[in-house]
Design a protein around this ligand. Structure first.
Ligand code: PEP
Ligand code: MN
Length: 337
C-alpha cells in the first residue's frame, strides 16, 4: 500500500502516518516528491484497509500497489530518481558517461586513461580492483592497491569513481574508496550483499544478472531500497541467449519498459553487452537513442595487453569518436552530455 499525503502536509502529519504504519508492525518508507510526499509500506503479507490511513490528518489517499516490487516502482514514486555524485547527476535528463579500464592494472594505465576520458568529456571513472573471474587462474584484481590507484586518479582528475564490490567481506574497504559501488552481474542475487548495500550511504549500480528477468532484477534492487538506500542505478550489460557470436546479447528492448516500471536511473554497458570493441560505439549510440541516463564503456590504452576484457576495450581514439557520436544523438534526444 501507498499512503499519499496532501501537498501541504506538515512533517508532523507525515510522521504520524509513519507511526500508524509502525503501530501495525510494518515499515514506512517516506518518499518526498516534487508536489507531495508518498509513504510506501513494506512488511505486510496481505492487502491493507485504506481507511486505516485515510482517516489521519494530512493524508489524501491510500492506494494498493499492484506490482510485486514496491519502492522501485513508478507507482510509488512517479518522479525520476536523480543521483548526485561529485559534480555529476545521474538520471533526470542528462547523459552520464562512465569510462575506464575493465581492471585496474597499473598506476600509469589508470592515470593515462582517466586523464584521457576526462578530457573527452566522461563524467565517472570506472575500474575494477576486485574482479570476479570465471576462472580462478585469471587475474583477480589488485584489491586495495587498485583502490588506491583509483583514488589517486580521482584526486588528479576530479572524477568520481565506480568500482565493483565483490562480497560482503570487502565491502567496508571498497566503500571507503568508491563514490559508486558496482554490483556485478554474477552477484545480482547475492542477497546478503544487497542487504548490506541497503544499509550504506553510497550509491549502488546494480548490473543485470547474466540470465535474470526484469522482474528478478527489480526485486534485487528492491532489496537495497527496502533497507533504506534509495540511491540505486540499474545497468543493463547484456544477457545470455542462444547466440554465441557476441559475448552477450544487449537487451535494449527493455529500456522503455523499465522507464515505465521504475523511477531508477538506467545505464547501458555496451562493452559487456557485445564483447567486441567494434560493436561498442554503435551500441552506445543505440543506447542513447533509447533514452537512457548513461553508458558505461571499457577503455584501455593498449587493449591487446589488457589483463581482462581486452577484446571489448576501445582505444583512446575510438573513445573520442564515441563521445562525439553520443553528443550528436543526445542532442536529437533533447539531452545533454
Ligand atoms: C565489469 O564491469 O568489468 C564486469 C565484471 O561486469 P559484469 O558484472 O557485467 O560482467
Ligand atoms: Mn569487464
Amino acid at each position: 500500500m501507498l499512503i499519499l499525503m496532501k501537498s501541504g502536509a506538515t512533517s508532523a502529519q507525515i510522521e504520524a502516518a509513519c507511526q500508524a504504519v509502525r503501530d501495525l508492525g510494518y515499515t514506512p518508507h517516506p518518499i518526498p516528491g516534487a508536489v507531495r510526499t508518498a509513504i510506501g509500506i513494506t512488511g505486510n503479507k496481505g492487502p491493507l484497509t485504506p481507511s486505516l490511513f485515510t482517516r489521519l490528518d494530512g493524508v489524501a489517499d491510500a492506494v494498493p500497489v499492484s506490482k510485486p516490487y514496491k519502492l522501485v516502482s513508478r507507482e510509488v514514486r512517479p518522479e525520476p530518481t536523480i543521483i548526485e555524485v561529485g559534480n555529476t547527476k545521474i538520471g533526470g535528463g542528462s547523459i552520464c558517461v562512465m569510462a575506464g579500464p575493465c581492471s585496474v592494472e597499473t598506476r600509469e594505465q589508470v592515470l593515462s586513461t582517466a586523464l584521457h576520458v576526462k578530457a573527452a568529456g566522461a563524467h565517472v571513472l570506472r575500474g575494477g580492483a576486485f574482479k570476479p573471474r570465471t576462472s580462478p587462474y585469471e587475474f583477480q584484481g589488485l584489491r586495495e592497491d587498485g583502490l588506491k590507484i583509483l583514488a589517486e586518479a580521482r584526486e588528479k582528475t576530479g572524477m568520481p569513481i565506480i568500482t565493483e564490490v565483490k562480497d560482503t567481506d570487502s565491502l567496508a574497504m571498497v566503500k571507503d574508496y568508491a563514490d559508486i559501488l558496482q554490483v556485478g552481474a554474477r552477484n545480482m542475487q547475492n542477497f546478503s550483499l544487497l542487504e548490506r548495500l541497503g544499509e550504506i550511504d553510497k550509491p549502488v549500480m546494480l548490473k543485470r544478472g547474466l540470465s535474470s528477468t526484469v522482474k528478478e532484477w527489480l526485486m534485487a534492487a528492491e532489496y537495497i531500497l527496502s533497507r533504506g538506500n534509495t540511491r540505486v542505478i540499474l545497468c543493463e550489460r547484456g544477457i545470455r541467449t542462444f547466440e554465441t557470436a557476441t559475448r552477450n546479447t544487449l537487451d535494449l528492448g527493455i529500456v522503455p519498459l523499465l522507464r515505465a516500471e521504475t523511477h531508477l536511473p538506467i545505464i547501458i554497458d555496451p562493452s559487456h553487452g557485445c564483447g567486441y570493441a567494434a560493436g561498442v560505439t554503435p551500441l552506445a549510440r543505440a543506447a542513447v537513442a533509447t533514452g537512457v541516463d548513461g553508458v558505461m564503456v571499457e577503455v584501455h590504452p593498449e587493449p591487446a595487453k589488457a589483463l581482462s576484457d581486452g577484446p571489448q576495450a576501445v582505444t583512446f581514439p575510438m573513445f573520442d569518436r564515441l563521445m562525439a557520436d553520443l553528443r550528436g544523438i543526445a542532442q536529437v534526444m533533447g539531452q545533454t552530455i
